[in-house]
Design a protein around this ligand. Structure first.
Ligand code: MN
Length: 309
C-alpha cells in the first residue's frame, strides 16, 4: 500500500498552520513526488492568446509589462532570454491544474484565489518584489532559483521607471534552487526573487487578501444597494464655543461610534463577507469556466458564487 503523502512533506498540517501559515517561509522538497506539470509552455502560450484569459508578459531588459491577450507575433518577437509569461487562474481553464487545489485542503477553501502559472525563458524573472497575499510556489518543469529577503511594506523603496513594483534594494537572506515538485511557501510581505535557470514553469497558488479599502468599498456598495440603515450623523453635546470652523475630537468620536455601530452587526457583516469572498474571479465568464465557489457561515447560511442559497 502506498502511503498518502501531504504536500507539506514532513511537516504536519497542524504544525504548518501553527508555525508557518502567515508567519514564516517553508521550503518543501519533493512536495509532489515525480511531479509532471499538468500544462506545458506551449499550452500556456496558447491560453495567453485567448481573450477571456488574463495574461501578462514581463521583459527584463526594460522591465516592460504587457497585458494579454497576445498574438503569435508577440511571442515571435520576444528576446531569447530573460522574459516571463504569467497566466492567471489557469485552474479555471485547465481541469488538471484545478486538481492541484485538492492538495491544499488544510486551508479554508474560500480563501483560495487562483493558480497562476508562469513560464520563464532562461534568466527570466519578474524582479524582486513582495505580495500582500500568501502564496505556494510549486516548481513545474525545469529549475528556478528563489531568493528571499526580509519583510517589506509600502515604505520599501521601489523602482520608479516601470509599472512593476520592483524592490530597489533587495537583500537576499536565503536561497534555494527548486526542482520539479519542490515547493516554497511564502507568507505575505516577504521579499522574494525567482530567476529561471534554463526554461521553467512555476505554479503559484495564491490566496484572496483584499485590502481594507477594497472591503469597505464593497461593503458600502452592498449597503447602498438595499439594506436600510436609518442612522445619520448626530452631534455630541454642543456648546456655543463649538460654533466655529473647528471639528472637535468629540465630533470625531461620534462619527467613529456611528461607524462602529454599523459594522457591529453580525448578520450584515457575515452575509456580506460570505458573498464577497465567494464572488467568482471572472463573473462574466462563469458559463465558460464553471467557476464554483461556496462558503457556509457558522450559523449555517450557505453561499454559492456570491449569492445566498
Ligand atoms: Mn510574488
Amino acid at each position: 500500500m502506498t502511503a498518502i503523502t501531504s504536500i507539506l512533506g514532513a511537516i504536519s498540517k497542524q504544525q504548518f498552520l501553527a508555525e508557518y501559515w502567515q508567519k514564516k517561509p517553508l521550503l518543501v522538497r519533493n512536495a509532489i513526488a515525480n511531479f509532471e506539470a499538468p500544462i506545458d509552455a506551449d499550452e500556456l502560450a496558447g491560453l495567453a492568446l485567448e481573450e477571456e484569459v488574463e495574461s501578462r508578459i514581463v521583459v527584463e531588459q526594460d522591465w516592460r509589462l504587457q497585458h494579454g491577450p497576445f498574438s503569435e507575433e508577440t511571442f515571435a518577437n520576444l528576446p531569447s532570454e530573460k522574459w516571463t509569461l504569467l497566466v492567471q487562474a489557469v485552474d479555471l481553464w485547465v481541469p488538471e491544474v484545478a486538481e492541484l487545489l485538492g492538495k491544499f485542503d488544510f486551508l479554508p477553501q474560500w480563501r483560495i484565489d487562483d493558480i497562476m502559472v508562469s513560464y520563464a525563458a532562461d534568466g527570466g524573472s519578474v524582479g524582486p518584489h513582495f505580495d500582500y497575499y500568501d502564496v505556494f510556489l510549486l516548481q513545474g518543469a525545469g529549475q528556478r532559483r528563489w531568493q528571499i529577503g526580509g519583510p517589506c511594506d509600502a515604505n520599501c523603496p521601489i523602482l520608479t521607471n516601470t509599472d512593476l513594483k520592483i524592490l530597489k534594494d533587495f537583500e537576499p537572506l536565503e536561497e534555494w534552487i527548486l526542482e520539479p515538485g519542490d515547493m516554497l511557501y511564502l507568507p505575505p510581505k516577504i521579499a522574494h526573487h525567482g530567476v529561471a535557470i534554463g526554461e521553467c514553469t512555476t505554479f503559484s497558488v495564491g490566496f484572496r487578501a483584499p485590502a481594507v479599502s477594497e472591503m469597505l468599498d464593497d461593503l458600502a456598495t452592498e449597503l447602498l444597494s438595499g439594506i436600510d440603515l436609518p442612522n445619520h450623523l448626530i452631534d455630541p453635546p454642543l456648546t456655543t464655543a463649538m460654533a466655529d470652523q473647528r471639528i472637535t475630537a468629540a465630533h470625531i468620536a461620534s462619527v467613529r461610534e456611528l461607524l462602529k455601530e454599523t459594522l457591529d452587526n453580525e448578520k450584515l457583516l457575515g452575509e456580506w463577507f460570505a458573498q464577497y469572498m465567494t464572488r467568482p474571479k471572472y463573473p462574466q465568464y462563469v458559463d465558460m469556466t464553471g467557476e464554483s465557489r461556496s462558503a457556509i457561515l457558522d450559523d449555517s447560511s450557505s453561499f454559492t458564487n456570491g449569492e445566498k442559497d
